[in-house]
Design a protein around this ligand. Structure first.
Ligand code: PBG
Length: 327
């Protein structure tokens, strides 16, 4: 293909022209703000590796939600920290646990807020793994897939009963989307949306989250259930399976180091695609900005735009508070 000599700068001449030809948008309603909920009242415990974020009791989380709401953010992803952890993570299906309690409180105050409940047991297990453990035939210890799936369905029901609009399983067990859909439908929750962490890599960028949710595995790692960062074709298999099982939205996580995967998924599916701009991605920009090495607002905007440009419809991001007022 040959083209006559042109002047691309014509379309960059002033702000109005640049806005006219802008290909990608970034709006507060595309953002989802994650929150870490603790039991009790009046409790705020700062997360050192995530400046500006804290574990919050329900009352303070509600204040945070209202502040974000006034900036145009409409969706919230809830993580819970239980009073006590055990082998199975039974705190995750306690109907009076932090996530159901926060869901009800937010829905009472702001009925139109979109409440997404992260479904996983790692914040609730004493060993920090995303499921129930068992010993394999060769003597090694691993997460038991099917026993975990049963519990995920149970947790999802508790969250749906509390009023969650979206159930978001982040465990990476096989078959959980189908099992959760079945449990929801059998209990009158046909309208509850399933957003699958379909493509979730075993990533070092989750470091700060493990401080935030106090869920670092006590032994081993998550490589037997989360994906190998080297794989992109495998991502397409995970997405296909989750869609077959009934996922309404599919997610790629992390986002910044996986923009190629976001683009591939977007090209292959016709459901909304979410990208999770994870804790380590947040920490990097804040650390550099604290040193005066980068401009926080501009780099956040550029980072989130890159995810939208790659194809993400929905951005789950700890930067919601940093950026919403600048959009
Ligand atoms: C697991 C879960 C994790 C994140 C969300 N859900 C951590 C993990 O898999 O270790 C990470 C989010 C982040 O880093 O921001 N329930």
């Amino acid at each position: 293909m040959t083209f006559p000599v042109q002047r691309p700068r014509r379309l960059r001449r002033n702000g109005a022209i640049r806005a006219l030809v802008r290909e990608t948008t970034l709006r507060p309603e595309q953002l989802v703000a994650p929150l870490f909920i603790t039991p009790g009242a009046g409790r705020r415990k700062p997360i050192h590796s995530m400046p500006g974020h804290a574990q919050l009791s329900v009352d303070l989380a509600l204040d945070e939600v209202k502040a974000l709401w006034s900036l145009g953010v409409r969706s919230f992803l809830l993580f819970g920290l239980p009073e006590v952890k055990d082998d199975e993570g039974s705190g995750a299906w306690d109907p009076s646990g932090p996530v159901p309690t926060a869901t009800k409180a937010i829905k009472d105050a702001l009925p139109e807020a979109v409440i997404m409940a992260d479904v996983c047991v790692d914040e609730y297990t004493s060993h920090g793994h995303c499921g129930v453990l068992h010993t394999r035939h060769d003597g090694t210890v691993d997460v038991d897939n099917d026993a975990t799936v049963e519990r995920l369905a149970r947790i999802s029901l508790v969250y749906a009963n509390a009023g969650a609009d979206v159930i978001a399983p982040s465990d990476m067990m096989d078959g959980r989307i189908g099992a959760i859909r079945k449990a929801l439908d059998a209990n009158g929750h046909e309208e509850v949306i399933l957003m699958s962490y379909a493509v979730k890599y075993a990533s070092a960028f989750y470091g700060p989250f493990r401080e935030a949710a106090e869920c670092a595995p006590k032994f081993g790692d998550r490589a037997s259930y989360q994906m190998d960062p080297a794989n992109a074709r495998e991502a397409m298999r995970e997405v296909a399976l989750d869609l077959e099982e009934g996922a309404d939205i599919v997610m790629v996580k992390p986002a910044l180091a996986y923009l190629d995967v976001i683009a591939k998924v977007k090209a292959a599916v016709n459901v909304p695609v979410a990208a999770y701009n994870v804790s380590g991605e947040y920490a990097m920009l804040h650390a550099a900005a604290q040193n005066g090495w980068l401009d926080l607002t501009r780099t956040v905007k550029e980072t989130l735009l890159s995810m939208r440009r790659a194809g993400a419809d929905i951005l789950i991001t700890y930067h919601a508070r940093d950026i919403a007022e600048h959009l």
